[in-house]
Design a protein around this ligand. Sequence first.
Ligand code: GTP
Ligand code: MG
Length: 620
Amino acid sequence: MESQSFTHIKERLPVYAVPARLRRNPLPFHLGAWAAWTMAARSVGLLARSPLCAQSRSPVRLAAARLLSGAGPVAADVGREEQPLRGAETGSEDKTPKKRFSEVQEERREQAQRTVLIHCPHKVSEKKFLKYLSQHGAINNHFFYESLGLFAVVEFARKESVGSLQSGTLMPHEAAIPFRSRFLSLKLKNAGGQPSEPPSVRASQQLPPSSQRLLERLCRAESVGDQLDTLLQELQLTEENVRLRYLTCSLIEDVAAAYFPDCTVRPFGSSVNTFGKLGCDLDMFLDLDEIGKRSTPKTVGNFLLEFQVKNVPSERIATQKILSVIGECLDHFGPGCVGVQKILNARCPLVRFSHQASGFQCDLTANNRIALKSSELLYLYGALDSRVRALVFSVRCWARAHSLTSSIPGAWITNFSLTMMVIFFLQRRSPPILPTLESLKALASAEDKCVIEGNNCTFVRDLNKIQPSRNTEPLELLLKEFFEYFGNFAFNKNSINIRQGREQNKPDSSPLHIQNPFETSLNISRNVSQSQLQKFVDLARESAWLLQQDGEGGPAPAPRQPWGLAALLLPSVRDSRSLSKKQNRRPASERVKSLLESIKEHNPDSPTATDGKRTMSTHA
Ligand code: GTP
Ligand code: MG
């Protein structure tokens, strides 16, 4: 949860001396929205600047940027050090060949197996610490982070070093379960005698930036496209966070391996599909299929040996039993695993827990291979064009800011569905920005063939075999068109379908129909209610309208007013009216009219402005 109070932000916000043409959408500024938005934004990502988003660097915009980058308390505040190494996996910025999803997974997994997690005292000396550990072998990489204490992630060059380290590690004498994991504690001998110095290590950031920082960064951008790119840079998973996610899976795998020695625990979902934001949950998949594959049956002569196993009535029951036992293990033996809940009767049974040391909320599933394949497909789409991730991040943040998505299950649209909508929209551009799933299937070779539980999940996995798009539309335009497209989509009769890349007749009466790309008879958004869909449509229309005003050089807002994407992430006029049912029923034309009124009211240059002070309204 967002720990900081937002009330102080209003006072500390800078006066954005942006030329009027750049300042947009003087909607009532409500800091609670930023709170909700960043609370939602506790997640991760990977990529670098998209080349197309820095369009429209007009002289005015550049002048504004120079003005904003001038010295002063705000400029100094904002100048946080850039996060190191983004976008290592997809390589879409440079000309290096793009890695396949499976290659990334294997490399990261192997890296995690050579890595240990160490809880450290704050006064640890980095130099001495590394020297001490390197008795066991060369260290490739390390970093520190804070999460209820100081932790170090240390990657050795060789796996044997981990064994050597473990054999030189003491088992505590306290009453405890003697489980030898790769999660260790560093104690300082003679701790009392250590000088009480400030921490000598630099801790890497594992949480999203504060709402204030995000606001400042967005308002300082040069264009809406630049804002989308900034949002991506600020919220995407860092290299360190990705490492920590794979390490956490690897530590959980060690626990599960106590029962199933050849099992694999793989991350999936937004932790690996490149759409994750700092703070997002860690979805894990317990893969037991490898167990069978490791044996090489000797079928010489008339004999064949099989393991004696316990039969159960169905795959689902097998999954439930396995997860139940792993849940018990995590609860009783898993170092740092707390709040273990077994949610075994869900459509997809899972064990949910918090991994305290990493700070991740984890969902462990089994027998969920299709979800892993979906993650691979999203990874591929995210890597094909640098605009995809920027757009998905913005749409996800926009939806969260307006409570269209929620961390609680219910009638809301999910992030997964929103991502499908963005992909579909990009397939519908002319020329298309993304290929359809059918055309990815047509490019597949024999080694790409994949059938899971009777569903054909085949698509080309080598990114380098896919032609880049010829479409050069800027992000700014795409965002506006996205809202316009879905603000006018015939949801009552059509379904969204990324396999065909075109609208199709809805097969049932659910308000929102998004075809599951692999289990094509299923609707991934069948939980979405008509009222939630209507809210989405209304907000999409309103956002398209706001961006349109931006493009047309609409009325200049007061200084300190968020503009462009920043304004879209604030509660809309519609949100503020949702308390009043009566007002909510008013037609769109009236809403737009009062939006204009609100612009007038909040423009201090307007004769109707009440106090004439250049402050940000906090009224909802
Ligand atoms: P976050 O909201 O950042 O966690 O995004 P996410 O993509 O990780 O979503 P979530 O944790 O809800 O689900 C994890 C993964 O499960 C998704 O990325 C999909 O691959 C898959 N998934 C989620 N919901 C559905 C669904 O309704 N149908 C299918 N087939 N797969 C789903
Ligand atoms: Mg997730």
